[in-house]
Design a protein around this ligand. Sequence first.
Ligand code: E4P
Ligand code: PEP
Length: 439
Amino acid sequence: MPSWRTLPAAQQPEYPDQEALARVVTELESFPPLVFAGECDQLRARLGAVARGEAFLLQGGDCAESFDGVGADDIRAKVKTLLQMGAVLTYAASVPVVKVGRIAGQYSKPRSKPTETRDGVTLPTYRGDSVNGFDFTEAARVPDPERLKRMYHASASTLNLVRAFTTGGYADLRQVHAWNQDFVKSSPSGQRYEKLAREIDNAMSFMRACGAEPEEFRTVEFYASHEALLLDYETALTRTDSRTGHLYDVSGHMVWIGERTRQMDGAHIEFASKVRNPIGIKLGPTTTPEEALEYIERLDPEREPGRLTFIVRMGADKIRDRLPTLVEKVTASGAQPVWVTDPMHGNTFEAASGHKTRRFDDVLDEVKGFFEVHKELGTHPGGIHVELTGDDVTECVGGGDEIFVDDLHQRYETACDPRLNRSQSLDLAFLVAEMYRGQ
Ligand SMILES: O=C[C@H](O)[C@H](O)COP(=O)(O)O
Ligand SMILES: C=C(OP(=O)(O)O)C(=O)O
């Protein structure tokens, strides 16, 4: 039995039928890998450049992917939004932007409470399509191991299309730039971005005039990531790489450990310490410098740039206060993790209508705080990690195309936490681009 299976694991579903689970796990073990270990190594190398300050990480996608969302339109819209953000950030940062989706595996959710009560009825909480159903009925909320297989197939279909979009011509930089020009023209806040968009346009014209048509214009490296939450699934997809003899979790290129499962002696940290994928770990506001150093010891004992990404999610009101000590102590230890800001998870609140939401201004303020801290310390603000969608949903308030609390009900479609919509995501990219230049 792998070492992590003997340790306590938080946030695991309680399957009523353990034999059915065992059968599913055996089947999953026979399924082919979703990614190749060599691709994970390549992403680790790319993240190594981020750690050294030579690149920037853009990680984003749904809070929770859903099986119903595995359609061409949904996937295309997400990839398109990430590519558009990536293009703006690449120009502003003048370094490569490593693009990693919260995609093709982000089907499982850790929850604050095990149950949910509506009108006096209490049922198990929804934990993502990989575990149980979203509908508020007793039958839907029973954890069903067959869903683990659906997760595998949904991930495979999604990844297949993502690979096709990003290498088959759809991601051509000239087209991505044209989409951004359309956004700048049509967005209420577009005027503010016109200068940057014009500069990018000039740069593109210059390169065209020089006859530069590099392959990088036509295809894009794009990686898939998700939270490694369900250890039955992740373990079944963990395989020994025939090239190196190392273990890789071949369910995605990068996996991260969440704020609710990062117990130092828990199964998730042990699991992450045994696989060679690049690993992310969410650091909430209570993280101490000693903990951060211990994560480095356990997950990145060789201090290999790119192996470990700290995804900081403290909240706009705390980041300026709590992040500096962490960065200082970690830097002083000689370690070089990637530092990324997740400005979503520390800024959630419930609107009077009952919708979980986030203010665009808080999201932006947390990113600003993150940049300020790194500027002050002379360290590299390595990237952003955001929950977003390519659709025009109304889940977060604010943004250039201002969404008000009273609008939330119009298109509130998330299965879990509120995401930035297409235009809010692009607003964020342009504003982060400005910050990066200020850096
Ligand atoms: O996406 C993250 C978590 O799953 C989510 O924030 C938990 O939310 P909850 O507090 O509604 O359970
Ligand atoms: C659950 C998540 O975040 P956190 O662990 O930071 O709460 C998430 O990113 O989906």
